[in-house]
Design a protein around this ligand. Sequence first.
Ligand code: PLP
Length: 382
Amino acid sequence: MYALRMSNLPPYLFARIDEMKAEQQKKGVDIIDLGVGDPDLATPPHIVESLCQAAKNPENHHYPSYVGMPAYRSAVADWYKQRFGVTLDAGKEVVALMGSKDGIAHIAEAFVNPGDYVLAPSPGYPVYRTGTLFAEGRVHEMPLTRKNNFIPVLADIPKDVAKNAKIIYINYPNNPTAAIAPDGFYREVVDFAADNDIVVVSDNAYSEIAFDGYRAPSFLETKGAMDVGIEMHSLSKTYNMTGWRIGMAVGNTEILAGLGRVKTNVDSGVFNAVQHAAITALRGSQDCVKEACAIYQERRDVLITGMRSLGFDVPTPKATFYVWVPVNDCMAFSAKLLNEAGIVATPGVGFGASGEGYVRFAITRPVARINEAIERMRRLNL
Ligand SMILES: *Cc1c(COP(=O)(O)O)cnc(C)c1O
């Protein structure tokens, strides 16, 4: 019944974990879910209020513009200027997205012919791969390993692959490894992309979730980046707005026009009232972001201290709300946590073959629950 390409789509691991979780819940187990990367914190009230007001205005009830309201695109451009020192032309270098997943899932359609390569990190956000498969491209995995500080080694990409690659995905601060981009990495990416005529797609969804004073850069800060790439960003993680579906693609005009042309044919833009709320988020006080980071930082410290006390060799992440923990067999480890301790953690292999040997904990639950998870793990004698 289904098309062939459906069989190429990876099994949706999160759906399988949900099934296992439901089985445990049916037995009455009190589940501690550290699996899914969705903040447990509420969207700040001033943003919610802005949506309520905008939703009452009939002017906002029509089809939105495909690329986003001018006022939203200006707010994005001003935020990029203020936050990263990157100058964007709001009219040509900013496109509204229904969350960054929208841009990531669709961009390959604009640039990839059947059989072309797409370079994607492994482990990595699964949509880099599925977007490529829908465009009938071939994924070349760039392994992120502890030895390489979870940074792809561009020199390891075979010349013939690089020559036939159309897109390279990079994602720092990184999901799932929580790694950050070292100085000089984006310079290397720009040169590599220019040499091989490859579109760079930087996924910067976690730039604002950072600790210990770390400030994540934008890929577009690097000289020449605007010539070769775009950045996908989103309000989802920054303002606890995962359910609202709003993000942005910014950068090279021609690349954005390709993405925009695909999107014009598959969706009709973001609800204007949501764009108004997003303007409030971007232009308003950023104290709410600081407060969220302080909460995540405390949870991070509780989790890594606890994991170390159990004998796990965990580095201290500088950004994202994930902790990437080395284990022996990730599937067996996750299954044991869920079935014997009621704890959900995501097996690394769900993010690609090079994720084997790790599980990802999302610190999207309160400190008391993280402490409870540590105590349950202590009783398991892992
Ligand atoms: C959450 C996430 C996204 C997408 O989030 P949206 O809600 O679609 O903006 C993109 N990339 C990574 C790495 C993520 O973790």
